[in-house]
Design a binder for this molecule. Structure first.
Ligand code: NAI
Length: 400
């Protein structure tokens, strides 16, 4: 009998995950997508033919993987029916809605996987699923296994690149899962990414690299005069030394936070939390032309070539920055605000992170931070630990 997998989401990553799992002989896919009429449209599209994943391989060949999810629905009961595994593959701003939808159907032995979880995934999972979550296995991966973009909703997705490896954390529940969730994922992914077990969930929280987006947007737009620009600026190749220094400082504050945790509790290993500079130089060694430092590495990384700032075209050839893009809407409340919250708990000062959050929250129309403290009117909309009543290091460690 096939292992049933529920996949939450309807975007780039959900299409790849659904396609790969549906293509595997051992697994059957039930997609849950709550957004607008995505479930209806995707179901209609599946009547026209298979879902196609165009996988770009390192040898420059493109392979087409074709498969059909068994079910695509907005009904959480149907999507989770007989499922052993629930995979979140959707931006973090949508997670709450999915946790609430699946809550009545979550059973012991289930594995709940954030692919990626993004910072605060565990806090929200426990907050909404309560005791039920304690009988499940909760996995949280540092990123999506692939760079991917939809070519045609419901029909075709371009799998542009596959990561070599991916680190994830695991919180064991009171009940054993029927199938080892890591083995199952590896079976579906194939050789890459190689799934590596991280040390603990706090490490994963501090490993997520999404903070680069708000840091670089702040670096570029903090002094913007509000006038439209004639072209979309290059996000990485157009980097200024100032923007690179902001990213460097934010990353250092996160590394400092990891060190403070291990200093307070030597048994809590945080060795996978690495500075962005060494991380990018190591991970993109084949595509970076000048690895002298963070600035040169980012600017000369051909893998980042052509990527532009998120912009809105307000009239032909006139652009303004899109401050409601995932780069801020996701990576501030479900990214920087969470690492800030952890830093606050272990008493690490984060002046640069604070500057970026303060600037970004203005554009998001929210108040998370007041001065250097997470006590703004809307801080409960973030996934900072404090928003879930977790205020001490012991509180954070009690989840492990
Ligand atoms: P996406 O941008 O394709 O997600 C869009 C989907 O999210 C929509 O199809 C819809 O199902 C849902 N959605 C959008 N707005 C919504 C709303 N207001 N309410 C409820 N649902 C809504 O996301 P993607 O690319 O699949 O990324 C998934 C996760 O992986 C994100 O956390 C992202 O940061 C991360 N990631 C993505 C990469 C990529 O290459 N696509 C690379 C690395 C990480």
């Amino acid at each position: 009998e096939k292992i049933k997998i529920c996949i939450c989401g309807g975007g780039n990553g959900a299409h790849v995950m659904a396609g790969l799992a549906a293509a595997h002989a051992r697994t059957e896919v039930q997609v849950l997508t709550l957004y607008q009429d995505e479930a209806v449209v995707w179901t209609e599209k599946m009547k026209q033919g298979d879902l196609i994943i165009a996988r770009n391989n390192p040898d420059r060949t493109v392979e087409e993987i074709k498969a059909k999810p068994a079910v695509i629905t907005k009904d959480a009961g149907q999507a989770t029916q007989n499922a052993d595994v629930i995979i979140f593959c959707v931006p973090a701003f949508a997670h709450k809605q999915y946790f609430e939808a699946i809550a009545p159907y979550v059973k012991e032995n289930m594995s709940i996987i954030g692919l990626p979880g993004q910072p605060g995934f565990e806090f929200q999972c426990l907050d909404i699923l309560k005791d039920k979550a304690r009988s499940c296995t909760i996995l949280d991966y540092e990123s999506l296994p692939w760079a991917c973009r939809l070519a045609e909703f419901g029909r075709k997705v371009d799998l542009l690149a596959t990561k070599d490896s991916l680190i994830g954390s695991l919180i064991s529940g009171k009940s054993q899962p029927k199938h080892d969730p890591v083995e199952l994922l590896q079976l579906i992914f194939g050789e890459h990414p190689i799934l590596i077990k991280g040390n603990n969930y706090l490490e994963t929280v501090l490993m997520v690299k999404g903070f680069a987006h708000p840091a670089l947007m702040y670096g570029h737009w903090m002094n913007w005069d509000g006038k439209p620009v004639e072209e979309k600026p290059l996000f990485y190749q157009g980097l200024t030394e100032f923007a690179a220094s902001v990213l460097w400082d934010v990353s250092q504050e996160i590394v400092n936070t990891a060190k403070a945790i291990s200093k307070a509790r030597p048994e809590v290993t945080m060795e996978n939390v690495e500075h962005f500079e060494s991380w990018i130089i190591r991970n993109y060694r084949h595509t970076i032309q000048d690895p002298t430092n963070l600035y040169t590495a980012m600017k000369t990384n051909t893998a980042y070539g052509g990527l532009v700032h998120p912009m809105q075209e307000i009239s032909p050839g006139k652009y303004i920055p899109d401050f409601h893009h995932r780069y801020l809407e996701e990576d501030v409340p479900y990214g920087l605000a969470v690492t800030k919250g952890v830093a606050q708990i272990v008493g690490v000062a984060t002046p640069c992170t604070d500057k970026v959050i303060t600037w970004a929250q203005g554009h998001l129309g929210k108040e998370f931070l007041v001065g250097s403290e997470l006590k703004g009117k809307e801080f409960k909309d973030t996934r900072a630990p404090q928003a879930f009543g977790l205020n001490t290091l012991d509180d954070l460690l009690s989840l492990m």
